[in-house]
Design a protein around this ligand. Structure first.
Ligand code: PLP
Length: 417
């Protein structure tokens, strides 16, 4: 078989080594504590499951309109209007897809063309890094060149407006924002978002007329650091060049259901919705039909369940960050959103573990931590930017596990010399 260049050029994930080793150790009966999860440990709220079961029992088993039925798109449009304060939205502006990941994939495919020929420059996708692992590969699959805007642990993993200004060129087509952030666990304040929006607005008038902002707000409900979640698309001056992407995976503990959506304001949003629907119509058609009533229940009836999970994450964030703070050489901004901490562990590069393993990278650190103390964490190599100096610990697990696990991490760090 001859594989396409497209597939051949996709980079394999550097996290696979740790995941495979963790599985192997577990199979040998070793008590591995995993902090690698990218999904809530809670079950989907009961009433959401009931709505899907009832829809299935009532015979809701056929294709639906490609972007979702008008009623569910209406509930999402209302949520984005009332909660996120995004102007100019109707049900027609919303496209429901099989996960935020699919929404993002459709957006890249809908907005980007590869370079026209040899010697021509490809379009540019600006990604503040460290960043979630799929933005880069998805942008490259659509033919774009990734332009990183780097941040670090000291700056709370937030880019500054002047960095954004310097990165924008006439070829800039998409800026990705992800607040709260996976893997960083930090977020932008409303004023910081406004300052970035001012740069986008100015650039769109001058150097980069085609610039669109894709704001991935997947973790908007999991915030606990005193910073309010603020939607980029709520700023009128940039609303008609902003696409808000969200989904039910994280806020409602529904990762396995695969439900996401995208929307933009006004005329821009209508054109976008038509383009995404056209693409989706040739890919997956629509999401599972009997999920549609479940989406409506999640978005309108589950505030209590969401709040229960938010509080649990808040307590775990405090516990995990507190314990990491006692470990010498780990630099870790306090998490304010999502369920991750992303300490910079590079002060330990050049050392050797108690088990005699050299530590020259985040991957070495994660591998030795797993082999010697049976803790699974995600090394930051795939997250770009300063990611290769960091390791991601997820706190989508119990407080007991955090206490036991972070004790082991502390012992590992103390043994480095
Ligand atoms: N965006 C971010 C930042 C994520 O962390 C994830 C999942 O890990 C996604 C998007 C995709 O979520 P889903 O496809 O489950 O909606």
């Amino acid at each position: 078989m001859r594989l396409s260049q497209r597939v051949q050029s996709l980079k394999p994930s550097s996290t696979i080594a740790v995941t495979t080793r963790a599985r192997q150790l577990r199979a040998e009966g070793v008590d591995v504590l995993s902090f690698a999860a990218g999904e809530p440990d809670f079950d989907t709220p009961e009433r959401i499951k009931k709505a899907a079961k009832a829809a299935l029992d009532s015979g809701m088993t056929k294709y639906t309109p490609i972007p979702g039925d008008p009623e569910t798109r209406g509930v999402i449009a209302r949520k984005l209007t009332e909660e996120n304060r995004i102007p100019g939205l109707t049900p027609e502006h919303v496209v429901i897809s099989s996960g935020g990941k699919q929404s993002l994939y459709l957006i890249f495919q809908a907005l980007l063309d590869p370079a026209g020929g040899p010697g021509e420059d490809p379009p540019e996708v600006l990604i503040p890094t460290p960043a979630w692992v799929s933005y880069g590969p998805q942008a490259e699959l659509a033919g774009a060149r990734v332009v990183e805007i780097r941040s670090d642990a000291e700056s709370g993993f937030r880019i500054r407006p002047e960095q954004l200004r310097a990165a924008i060129t006439p070829r800039s087509r998409i800026l990705i924002l992800n607040s709260p952030s996976n893997p960083c666990g930090t977020m932008y304040s409303p004023d910081e978002i406004r300052a970035l929006a001012a740069v986008v607005e100015e650039a769109a008038r001058t150097t980069a007329p085609d610039l669109v902002v894709v704001t991935d707000e997947m973790y908007e409900k999991i915030v606990y650091g005193g910073i309010d979640h603020f939607s980029f698309g709520s700023i009128p001056a940039v609303a008609e060049r902003t696409i808000t992407v969200n989904g039910l995976s994280k806020a409602y503990a529904m990762t396995g259901w695969r439900i996401g959506y995208a929307a933009g304001s006004g005329e821009f949003g209508l054109r976008l919705a038509k383009a995404l629907s056209k693409l989706q119509g040739q890919m997956t058609t629509c999401i599972a039909s009997f999920f549609l009533p479940a989406i409506r229940v999640a978005l309108t009836e589950c505030a209590d369940e969401v709040e229960m999970m938010r509080r649990a994450f808040a307590a775990r964030a405090e516990l995990m960050h507190g314990m990491i703070g006692t470990m010498p050489g780990l630099v870790c901004p306090k998490p304010t959103g999502a369920f991750y901490v992303f300490p910079d562990i590079s002060a330990h590069f050049g050392k050797t573990s108690a088990g005699d393993r050299p530590i020259a990278s985040a991957a070495d650190f994660a591998q030795a931590l797993l082999d010697e103390h049976h803790i699974a964490a995600v090394p930051g190599e795939d997250f770009l930017g300063c990611g290769p100096r960091c390791v991601r610990f997820s706190f989508a697990c119990s407080e007991e596990q955090i206490e036991a696990g972070m004790k082991r991490v502390g012992e590992f760090v103390a043994g480095l010399g």
